[in-house]
Design a binder for this molecule. Structure first.
Ligand SMILES: Cc1cc2nc3c(=O)[nH]c(=O)nc-3n(C[C@H](O)[C@H](O)[C@H](O)COP(=O)(O)OP(=O)(O)OC[C@H]3O[C@@H](n4cnc5c(N)ncnc54)[C@H](O)[C@@H]3O)c2cc1C
Length: 322
């Protein structure tokens, strides 16, 4: 029988509780762009909002830990896995409607799909999605952006399910955001739908901006290797990649994890990396950048799952998700 030390629920019961997909003792690696991470005690894909709400009610009542996964493109999942439930918003949480100058998108919709539909409708404001993997859910929660553009200012309305299974509408004023941060982060709420307010713009202008964003990325970011984007946030007035490169760390490697030669703020999984290898590379970068420039780099990627906190708290010093 699969039970959890910290919880009072037998996870096998999830199969009776839910209409959606339930897998027990399931590898998380295929669901992250790093292709890393151990097994989750349970992995579920709810079929609809009601299914999700019922699940959250039950998990919260039973004190079962849970976490949400979107496209898994901004996370470092622990090699030790997760003694809890990983909730992924799968196909039934994908799709969007254009309503005048607004896009109403389910949280599991890929950013590229939103970008494609918005540009077809002559709606500008999300051109910076070009080249960012992941879902609307992950983007809104982490306030994804590129250069000086963020998703935060476009958010008009959000639908979330609370840990107690209540479906709530949040207005613009209920959602605050900063650099790769928002009020939804670490809240336990699951975002299920977002309405983004965009701007009517000539299609040619939108195309031009999209091409610019793609051009900036082309050749400057690893294309085919497994990664989770920028590992560190850019410090005020500087670039984490530039600092790492000038500290001489391009190509630096621990186990199967290596600092990309193309962009030093990307760490590559060569195929055999463990999540611990990635942390070891991050630690060395922080150490060398501090020694050379007295700048304390702050991780952008998120350590999900059952990490031994004492082992990684020096690297993820900014992490509030425990
Ligand atoms: C090649 C590459 C380039 C990238 N470039 C950029 C870039 O330019 N700018 C940028 O900002 N990011 C970039 N990223 C990082 C990443 O793609 C974005 O942060 C993206 O928005 C993460 O979305 P996701 O769905 O993959 O979220 P995940 O990685 O799955 O999750 C991220 C966090 O959000 C939470 N979450 C996800 N969905 C929900 C939900 N529905 N409700 C509640 N919580 C949720 C998760 O629990 C987790 O804490 C890049 C990544 C890669 C691999």
């Amino acid at each position: 029988m699969l039970t959890l030390e910290r919880a009072k629920v037998d996870l096998k019961e999830l199969k009776n509780l839910m209409k959606g997909k339930v897998e027990l003792n399931h590898s998380m690696a295929p669901y992250t762009t790093y292709h890393l991470g151990g097994n989750a005690a349970a992995f579920v894909e709810p079929q609809n909002v009601e299914d999700l709400a019922e699940l959250l009610r039950c998990l919260t009542h039973g004190e079962v830990p849970y976490l949400i996964l979107g496209g898994g493109s901004n996370v470092l999942f622990a090699d030790e896995g997760f003694q809890g439930v990983v909730i992924r918003l799968g196909r039934s949480f994908q799709g969007l409607h254009i309503e005048g100058d607004r896009v109403r998108a389910k949280a599991g919709t890929q950013l590229v799909t939103v970008l494609t539909k918005a540009r077809e409708a002559g709606l500008g404001g999300v051109e910076f999605f070009a080249g960012i993997p992941g879902t609307i859910g992950g983007a809104v929660v982490g306030n994804a952006g590129a250069k000086k553009a963020w998703i935060g200012p476009t958010v008009e309305e959000l639908t979330v399910v609370t840990p107690h299974g209540e479906v709530k509408q949040l207005k613009k004023a209920d959602y605050t955001y900063g650099y790769r941060h928002s009020s939804l982060k670490h809240s336990g709420k699951v975002l299920v739908e977002a309405v983004l307010k965009l701007k009517k713009e000539p299609k040619a202008e939108i195309e031009k901006k999209v091409k610019e964003y793609f051009k900036v990325r082309r050749g400057k970011q690893p294309k085919t290797e497994k990664n989770a984007g920028s590992v560190f946030k850019n410090p005020e007035g500087n670039f984490a990649g530039r600092l790492t490169e000038s500290a001489g760390l391009k190509g630096f490697k621990v186990g199967g994890a290596r600092v990309s030669e193309i962009h030093a703020n990307f760490i590559i999984n060569e195929g055999t990396a463990t999540a611990h290898d990635v942390v070891a590379v991050m630690r060395e970068i922080q150490k060398r950048v501090w020694a050379e420039y007295q700048i304390k780099l702050e991780p952008e990627i998120l350590p999900l799952g059952d990490w031994d906190w004492d082992e990684i708290k020096d690297v993820f010093w900014n992490w509030k998700g425990r």
